[in-house]
Write a protein that binds this ligand. Structure first.
Ligand code: SAH
Ligand code: DHB
Ligand code: MG
Length: 223
């Protein structure tokens, strides 16, 4: 059996025991698939991890950068109290439309809003509107802009906030200092910025599963 097959089987086992799909989650994936969206949403155990992190954090305001069909958005929004608020930023109008429909179907459209546009345009708008501080930020969009997304996340959070960044390992590619891949360069710059900024305390966790070998950054905004 290949390593990937084993990781997929173990993910399926943990998913069926601990993160089984309910109707709105399954419907969100079906609708995303039917619309031709890429299968790059977080896995069910990863979605449950985001959900638990948001609850452990006691999050009332969540910011997501990179919505796709709203699968991770549903996991995160379900962690919020009835008067909580989630804003998710998505570049592609088609993705945003599918995500809005999926959130409505999940009964989360009062809590979770999808804003269309390049995040580097919509993040300054959030700041101008006085949105935030966000208690949790999930960064999962174009990896080349991860350094900018860290800076905006720091502007829109408070001491004690949690910043989570997806896809920081990419099969181990992150370890190559000479990589010419703009996504890897963006993520390596993100790690450097985290390392040198005393206003944040961070780690990175490698993961395997149905999506292969990848990982998350977890960062706490410091006082
Ligand atoms: N968080 C989702 C997956 C997001 S995939 C989940 O786990 O379910 C990454 C998304 O980021 C894609 O939908 C892509 O269109 C979007 N994206 C790419 N570049 C972007 C940008 N500059 N601003 C906002 N969103 C962007
Ligand atoms: C891929 C996976 C992701 O989680 C993501 O945000 C972007 C791309 C991928 O596997 O290509
Ligand atoms: Mg991702």
């Amino acid at each position: 059996m290949s390593d990937q097959q084993l990781w997929t089987d173990v993910d399926a086992y943990f998913t069926s025991a601990l993160a089984p799909p309910d109707e709105p989650l399954a419907a969100a994936l079906r609708a995303s698939d039917a619309a031709g969206l890429p299968h790059i949403n977080v896995s069910p155990p990863q979605g449950k991890l985001l959900h638990l992190l948001a609850r452990i954090q006691g999050a009332r305001r969540i910011l997501e950068i990179g919505t796709l069909g709203g699968y991770s958005t549903i996991w995160l929004a379900r962690a919020l109290p009835a008067d909580g608020r989630l804003i998710s930023l998505e570049y592609d109008p088609k993705h945003a439309e599918i995500a809005r429909a999926n959130l409505a179907h999940a009964g989360l459209d009062k809590i979770a809003e999808v804003r269309t546009g390049a995040a580097l345009d919509t993040l300054p708008q959030l700041a101008e509107e006085g949105q935030g501080p966000f208690d949790l930020v999930f960064v999962d969009a174009d990896k080349v802009n991860n350094p900018h997304y860290l800076e905006w996340s720091l502007r829109l959070t408070r001491p004690g906030s949690l910043i989570v960044v997806d896809n920081v390992v990419r099969g181990g590619a992150v370890v190559d200092p000479a990589s010419s891949d703009p996504s890897i360069r963006g993520t390596r710059r993100l790690i450097e910025l985290l390392a040198e900024n005393p206003k944040v305390s961070a780690t990175a966790v490698q993961t395997v599963g149905s999506k292969g070998y990848d990982g998350f950054v977890l960062a706490r905004v410091e006082e």
